[in-house]
Design a binder for this molecule. Structure first.
Ligand code: 2P0
Length: 326
């Protein structure tokens, strides 16, 4: 028996950067994200003699995956697993591959081992692997906030079908992984307490902007959260600078487009990629403008996508199998 799960990355519009000084991989701040559609992580699990992990076809000694499985086994009966995971987009380059990765893994393990988890419980499992992964359990607009730190859907994607244009400025893995970077910011940036203090009112305002489909308010709040997070990164010691020159050019171009009347705003995560969130009618114009920027290797577009799902394949004979969808 094998189980395959599919999950999509999410892009935070209100950012999570920094953890609580407590067990459970709990964020220090609430966050709000959109789950994408065309970027996909597909993860298959099957029982094995010992845990094995392959990423994009290569054996990978991923300590975070093995540590997370050990953490899950404290609460759930999970046998040794052979795990094979594939991304159809660059891994570990600020495109949220750990979010879709741990959401797919939690979903595959839940279905494969018959754990019978609710979505909220699956979100908690995913969060223990990577906090942003808690949000990829759900589709559309998603919140992750205390006190339980289990993600919830705020609005389905179909209710406000925004588009996301991604400008890829570099495809290599990032210099400082997110977990290490956010711990550096928490312990060294003089602005960390101000970041945490502003999160609750910004979260309430952004929930309101999404609920009322107020694009201008969402744009202002999302750009402020993004730039405040990068200010936190710049002010860490040693500083975290994930941007390239192309990142800055994309940000400037998106500002100009907005000034010309395009319904678009920018957000950047722990990498150089720029995500332009826009109304569908402006997506082609935004993509064409970003593609012209020197240093932008490629652009891609996504819509808002669904949450993570799994299907179980039971072998009946060498040539046939049946699928059960959950
Ligand atoms: C986010 N990021 O809210 C923010 C914005 C990157 C920038 O969540 O330590 O891989 O595994 O919980 O979830 C990236 O951090 O970190 C992230 P861990 P994660 O999407």
């Amino acid at each position: 028996m094998r189980t395959t799960a599919v999950a999509h990355p999410n892009i935070a519009l209100l950012k999570y950067w920094g953890k609580q000084d407590a067990p459970g991989n709990l964020p220090a701040t609430p966050s709000l994200s959109i789950t994408l559609d065309s970027l996909t992580t597909t993860t298959t699990v099957a029982e094995a003699d010992s845990d094995q992990f392959r990423l994009n076809g290569q054996v990978a000694a991923d300590a975070k995956v093995l540590r997370t499985l050990a953490n899950w086994r404290r609460d759930h009966p999970i046998p040794p697993l052979a795990i094979s995971s594939r991304n159809n987009f660059p891994t570990a380059a600020g495109l949220a591959s750990s979010a879709s990765g741990f959401a797919a893994l939690a979903t595959a393990v839940d279905a494969h081992c018959g754990l019978g988890l609710t979505k909220a419980e699956r979100s908690e499992l995913a969060r223990r692997g990577s906090a942003s992964a808690a949000r990829s359990i759900h589709g559309g607009f998603v919140t992750l906030a205390g006190p339980d730190w289990r993600a919830a859907q705020l609005l389905p994607g179909a209710a406000w079908p925004l588009r996301v244009v991604v400008a890829i400025a570099a495809t290599g893995p990032k210099a400082v992984p997110s977990t290490e970077g956010m711990e550096r910011s928490r312990t060294t940036s003089p602005h960390f307490d101000a970041w945490v203090a502003s999160a609750a009112p910004d979260f309430a305002a952004m929930k309101q902007a999404v609920s009322t489909r107020d694009f201008a308010a969402l744009a202002d709040l999302a750009e402020a959260s993004c730039l405040q997070m990068h200010a936190l990164m710049f002010s860490s010691r040693p500083p975290l600078l994930y941007w390239t020159g192309a990142t800055v050019e994309c940000l400037r171009t998106i500002r100009e487009l907005r000034a010309e009347g395009c319904q678009v705003f920018a957000t950047v995560d722990a990498g150089p990629q720029v995500k332009a969130v826009c109304e569908p009618r402006d997506a082609e114009r935004v993509e064409a403008a970003l593609r012209r920027i020197g240093g932008v290797a490629e652009t891609l577009q996504a819509g808002l996508g669904p949450g993570a799902t799994a299907s179980i394949q039971r072998a009946i004979s060498a040539n046939a199998c049946c699928s059960l969808h959950s």
